[in-house]
Design a protein around this ligand. Structure first.
Ligand code: ZN
Length: 670
């Protein structure tokens, strides 16, 4: 089970003006920072930071420094030429003496913003290489204008990578049939390594009887040595990315001094040990310590965590999020997690696939203080970690919903016209206005804190049995679990919803997204590849088809436009229950064939006509399909003796200045 972060920004895109639930609105706060290509950059507020103690603020300060220090690692993981291309484009941009209204220059600026968004030259979601809209001639002329020390030594190679659509076209290829490593441009594998060689290599070193296996390949680049042997280059001090990791560790050492309690200090120390040794056993020890540390208000993740960036789903992309608990909102997830066993016992799945005892599902609502690595600028809205199956089974997992991020999405989306264009009628619009914010957050809570943690594998079933479909199936499982329970009267009974029909808002939005509106993120002619998008399509298409006899859900035409119509919400919930049962069976039994069939039949192929229609309708709205964020800037305030007396937060830095600054200040590789 690898994919545990909801890499989505769509969750809150539908909410319109009427809802002002946990409103943090201040009239002069600019939620929107920048807009380019298919992206809108937002700001988020670090609500509650001022109320933290000086000690906590300093802890956060140093953890944010540790977070930002890893930036270059991710860039390099995402592609061999990323750092060189970033330097080149930023240098040309900063040294440009010509007319800034020149369309060539403006296209270069857009390209620069795009590669910042992708942490490299590939789209963060579609994984396709960005196609620059400026000419090669323009770039070559500008390179010639650069001072000698800024001229790249490998210009020709870089120009070919930037401009030739055939060269390294895709970061992660998931198309079955091809050699997934050879056809993926990610730098997690060295030149000449094949998928088969990697699979054989890990098959040889894995012990099938190990009940507490390390996460093989999580922190290494797999390469082919001169003698043809396959080997791992480990990310650690003294190994690959040493310089960046040294900076991270130096900042973690500073942070450690401000730990809120002994066990939080141990967490940081164990993480340092892991970075020093690259030993994945230590990473597991760290993960368990991290899980058990629930007393501190401040928390963070920092490391090689999610493996969406690896075509084989093993190596973790570097990321960090620093956060602190939002005590008020956490009440919601605490109620869910304290009832975890009830949800497990009452699910419609086969009793053999249920956990007899659900262990330690800790859930909380947090506010992010910094987003970094793979969580910047595009960020998750919920996290459930650790990823190792045996740790989850034996020790549970920690699950969070990032409320200041969902709230920023909500604030920024008000009045964008989306509902008027896509929602079928006034009644449904009102339903969404009233209940979508809360049911959407609850859906995330259920997905993260109960969905991923539910169920068990039958003895002897390989956790990696779903192969390339592992992420899709796991996300489907968590989402369908959440959907099923969202309509349960239990939520009203627990005081989490005040209306038994509230769930309909999320049901409508979920299917609308899965069947129609998420297609706006796909280029014409392309299939759906990203795990979360596949999972939403799988669920939505499945209930559409299975609900046909009872006319549960339908797509209808009005004035030439397609609309989603849900005729029977209760029957829809039953269908979700049936699918949950089947998905859990597939996972528990390791039934790859059934999984493959579901994915291929429901999750991948796009109806070209509907796709075209969605893109056209969407274009008229001028809403960016993807959102990213800028971080606030933290500064230590000292008195005349140099003693730290406060840490301040500033929200004024824009996207361009922030990224140019990061490239200078946190330059750790090359
Ligand atoms: Zn998930």
């Amino acid at each position: 089970m690898k994919s545990l972060i909801m890499k989505t920004s769509i969750a809150c895109m539908l909410v319109t003006t009427a809802c002002r639930h946990n409103s943090s609105k201040e009239d002069n706060f600019d939620w929107t920072v920048d807009r380019f290509a298919d992206v809108e950059i937002l700001r988020y507020k670090v609500l509650g930071f001022e109320e933290l103690t000086l000690n906590q603020k300093q802890l956060i300060y140093w953890l944010t420094q540790a977070a930002l220090s890893g930036r270059d690692i991710l860039w390099d993981q995402n592609g061999l030429y990323n750092l060189d291309i970033r330097d080149l484009i930023e240098n040309v941009y900063s040294n440009y003496k010509g007319d800034k209204s020149n369309p060539e220059f403006q296209a270069l600026e857009t390209y620069m913003k795009q590669i910042w968004m992708g942490n490299g030259i590939y789209h963060h979601y579609s994984m396709d290489k960005f196609q620059p809209k400026f000419s090669e001639t323009f770039l070559v002329e500008e390179i010639n204008q650069l001072p000698d020390e800024l001229k790249p030594k490998n210009s020709e190679v870089l120009l070919n990578v930037i401009f030739n659509p055939e060269t390294l076209p895709k970061k992660v290829n998931q198309e079955s049939g091809a050699d997934l490593i050879k056809t993926s441009a990610t730098n997690l594998y060295g030149p000449g390594v094949t998928q088969k060689e990697v699979e054989d290599y890990f098959a040889k070193i894995k012990n099938p009887n190990d009940t507490t296996p390390i996460s093989y390949g999580l922190n290494s680049r797999v390469v082919k040595l001169e003698n043809g042997e396959i080997a791992e280059e480990t990310y650690k001090i003294g190994g690959l990315y040493s310089n960046a990791i040294e900076q991270i560790v130096a900042n973690l050492n500073n942070a450690k001094e401000f730990a809120e309690n002994e066990s939080q200090k141990e967490v940081i120390e164990k993480l340092i040990e892991y970075y020093q040794t690259g030993d994945l056993k230590k990473f597991d020890e760290y993960s368990i310590l991290w899980l058990d540390e629930t007393d501190g208000q401040v928390d963070f993740i920092n490391g090689f965590i999610e493996s969406y960036g690896d075509p084989l789903g093993m190596t973790g992309s570097w990321e960090s999020i620093v956060n602190f608990k939002n005590n008020e909102a956490s009440h919601r997830t605490e109620i869910l997690s304290s009832n975890a066993q009830w949800f497990e016992d009452n699910s419609p799945t086969d009793p053999r696939f249920k956990k007899p005892v659900v262990k330690g599902v800790t859930a909380k609502v947090i506010n992010a203080a910094i987003l970094a690595g793979d969580s910047y600028p595009a960020t998750p809205i919920g996290i459930n970690l650790p990823n190792a199956d045996w740790i989850r089974a034996n020790h549970g997992s920690k699950s969070v919903t990032i409320e200041n991020i969902t709230s920023a999405y909500d604030e920024a989306s008000h009045g964008n016209g989306f509902n008027d264009e896509f929602v079928i009628d006034q009644e449904t619009k009102e339903l969404l206005d009233k209940y979508l914010f809360i049911t959407d957050n609850l859906h995330t809570d259920l997905h993260e804190c109960l969905g991923h943690g539910s169920g068990q594998l039958l003895p002897g079933v390989d956790p990696d049995a779903m192969k390339a479909h592992g992420s899709t199936l796991e996300e489907t499982r968590a989402d369908i679990f959440a959907l099923y329970y969202l309509a349960d009267p239990k939520l009203v009974e627990l005081g989490l919803l005040d209306n038994k029909d509230a769930y309909k808002a999320e049901y409508y939005k979920y299917l609308l997204n899965g069947l129609m509106t998420q297609l706006m993120r796909i280029e014409p002619g392309k299939d759906i590849e990203e795990a979360h998008m596949r999972n939403r399509k799988l669920i939505s298409e499945w209930v559409l088809e299975k609900g046909k006899p009872g006319n549960v859900v339908e797509l209808i035409k009005k004035d030439g436009k397609t609309y989603l119509k849900i005729n029977d919400y209760e029957a829809l919930r039953d269908l979700f229950g049936q699918l949950l049962t089947e998905i859990q069976r597939i996972k528990s039994e390791g039934d790859y064939e059934a999984c493959n069939e579901l994915v291929e039949k429901y999750a991948v192929k796009v109806d070209p006509e509907l796709h075209k229609e969605i893109l056209e309708r969407y274009e008229g709205l001028n809403i960016a399909p993807y959102k990213g964020f800028v971080n606030p800037v933290y500064s230590l305030v000292t008195d005349k003796d140099g003693k730290v007396i406060d840490v301040t937060v500033d929200y004024n830095e824009d996207y361009v200045n922030q990224n140019l600054r990061y490239s200078k200040q946190y330059r750790t590789l090359k």
